[in-house]
Design a protein. Structure first.
Length: 405
């Protein structure tokens, strides 16, 4: 259970569009949510709805199209499309206004207004580009200061014999601090345990890769860390010298978990870590993640196809459909009071070990064109009861409100 309400990750109006020939594919379209420290946030939806893209956007694999991503209060991702659109819209709007105005001084005032607005948007674009690129700078400075604070007094006190070793350790730590990245505190466990491991790398190389990139050069430190991680995820140190093809699917996923945990992350994005595995192995990997979560106070974003996997594991669940978040609530609430027809259809797909229920269980098929009429009133994320959000228009909002009464 989350121990407090501190927000670790905040995603605001995230858009990630891909170029598709002349058109654009809106893989993630205006998605907002936050993840609190210590919780498991489930992200669910059918294949292609944008779950992986959301995760990859958070770890900065893309320059996001639009929106903001905050981690520990620092903006780590920022897109500029919305500001560009604002500028274009304002230009159009003001062009008409100015054309209609006959008084020259009022004309000038309008034109000044527009200029000021454009300037403000340009500043936003500049700031977004800066943060997208430099979010680690401040963090690195802080880390360097911390290392200095720790080592300088030690060096001062050290005897002549000790000095050499401590100086070496100091410069090692300093080098790492200068290279450290805020985003490495977010680690992603990738969807496909086979494709995500390099077949030419030993388990040792795979697990320690992040440490090495971060500047760790001490082989003994690396080895010890690798062994510690292997044991943590239920493997043994002898596995370190082997190659991925020598492992089963479940074991490979454990290697993936070890690779992410070694970076001592605060947030793990587990992208369908179990969907390629047998049911019995799925439970093992989920239990492993749960243990690690308790041990290290990890926060987890858990991506899955269907709701049954995330039900017991997640504190809150977000349901995605075609690039949009359509419902977001606590796990209990979502199962008790699903509102969006897509969520209902997902729930109707879960079989239960109850023959009576199974006899009556009807699969609900979601057909957006039949379910909604958005021709007049447009939908947006709205809070129906505290913490329970649904993507709906005003008419649906009223309907959902009464449904919950
Ligand atoms: N790098 C890319 N370039 C172009 N299109 C992409 C890219 N990555 C994803 N897409 C498209 O974006 C959409 C969302 O893909 P994404 O992988 O996020 O879905 P998903 O919800 O993770 O699906 P699955 O459950 O199958 O893993 C899909 O239509 C996909 O084809
Ligand atoms: Mg995916």
């Amino acid at each position: 259970m989350p121990n407090n309400d501190e927000v670790l990750l905040r995603v605001e109006h995230l858009c990630q569009y891909f170029k598709m020939g002349g058109a654009e594919l809106k893989a993630v379209d205006d998605v907002s949510f936050d993840i609190k420290k210590g919780e498991v946030f489930g992200l669910v939806g059918e294949s292609g709805c944008g779950k992986t893209t959301t995760g990859r956007s958070i770890i900065k694999i893309y320059d996001i199209t639009s929106g903001d991503i905050y981690f520990k209060g620092i903006r780590i991702g920022a897109g500029i499309r919305s500001y560009k659109n604002n500028k274009a819209n304002a230009r159009k709007e003001y062009k008409e206004k100015i054309a209609q105005e006959t008084d020259p001084s009022k004309k000038k005032a309008l034109s000044d207004e527009l200029k000021a607005y454009i300037k403000e948007q340009n500043n936003q674009i500049k700031a977004a580009k800066y943060d997208q690129k430099n979010c680690d700078k401040e963090y690195q400075q802080k880390s360097v200061a911390e290392v200095k604070e720790k080592y300088l007094p030690l060096i001062e006190k050290a005897s002549a014999d000790e000095k050499n070793a401590i100086n070496k350790e100091y410069s090692n730590e300093l080098r790492k601090a200068r290279k450290t990245k805020l985003v490495t505190q977010i680690q992603m466990i990738f969807q496909d345990p086979i494709a995500s491991l390099d077949p030419r790398m030993t388990v040792r190389e795979t697990i320690s890769e992040g440490l090495v990139i971060q500047g760790e050069k001490n082989k003994k430190v690396i080895d010890e860390k690798v062994y510690e991680m292997l044991e943590l995820v239920g493997l043994v140190r002898e596995h370190a010298a082997r190659y991925p093809h020598e492992f089963s699917g479940g074991q490979r996923q454990r290697i993936g978990v070890a690779r992410s945990i070694i970076m001592n992350p605060d947030l793990i994005i587990a992208d369908e870590p179990v969907s390629a595995l047998d049911v019995s192995i799925q439970a093992q990997v989920i239990n492993l993640l749960n243990d690690l979560r308790e041990k290290f106070g990890l926060t987890i974003m858990f991506i899955a196809h269907d709701l049954s996997v995330v039900k017991y594991f997640s504190n809150r669940i977000g349901v995605m459909y075609f690039g949009k978040m359509v419902e977001l609530a606590t796990s209990d609430e979502l199962f008790k009071n699903p509102l969006h027809p897509y969520t209902k259809s997902l729930l109707s797909a879960i079989p239960l070990p109850d023959p009576e229920y199974e006899k009556q269980r009807k699969r609900i098929v979601y057909n957006p064109l039949e379910s909604h009429d958005y021709s007049v009133s447009k939908p947006r994320m709205q809070e129906i009861t505290p913490g329970h959000f649904v993507y709906c228009n005003d008419e649906e909002f009223e309907k959902y409100k009464t449904e919950l009464k």
